[in-house]
Design a binder for this molecule. Sequence first.
Ligand SMILES: [Zn+2]
Ligand SMILES: [Zn+2]
Length: 212
Amino acid sequence: MLPIYLTYDSGVDEFEIRAIMIALIEFKKLRPRQKVTVHGSKPWSTGDYSSADWYIKSAKRIFREDLGRVQLDADSILTLLENEPWQAQQSHIDLFFTSYDLSLRGINFCFGIARGRNTVQSLYRFRRLCEDDREIAIKTLVWHELGHIFGLASDLSRSNTRDCCGSHCTNEGCAMCQGVSVKEWVMHAREVKKYGMIYCSQCMDDLRRARP
Ligand SMILES: [Zn+2]
Ligand SMILES: [Zn+2]
């Protein structure tokens, strides 16, 4: 079983780190043997690939005139994660968080994206929310992108999946359901909290079978 390496840039705050950690503790209850290593934002080596902030500095930047600020290109961060020199020595899942807004292939913005065994997630757009909503929005994002990594809701022949910005679950209350705006994501996160299970029974079947 591949370990999860948790990394976040130095702009990610204490509240966000706490919400991520709680989400991971709850996820581990479903997958008790899953190892998680926290690398955080402190440099772990020198030179290239030496800290989360190195990835941020090396990512492709897009200046959005309509927003008056910079977004980071999510694909370019995933490519950096895939090219990590030590992936070959110690295979792992990269769970990477940024305090910057993310964009993706012409899409206005994205909360997160998973590709292969890596995922990058932005906490930027949740910062305007009240604490309760912000916490559940972050936790649901962690579960959602980890779910993609473990292949959840990827079988489009099933009645509970559909293609909407990638393959997603249609069961409200399942973290693998999709939300494409902050408002939708908060509604989705509230449903997940109310349901109290993280994933629906079909997606749990996928997780039990997962062996990345
Ligand atoms: Zn998704
Ligand atoms: Zn589901």
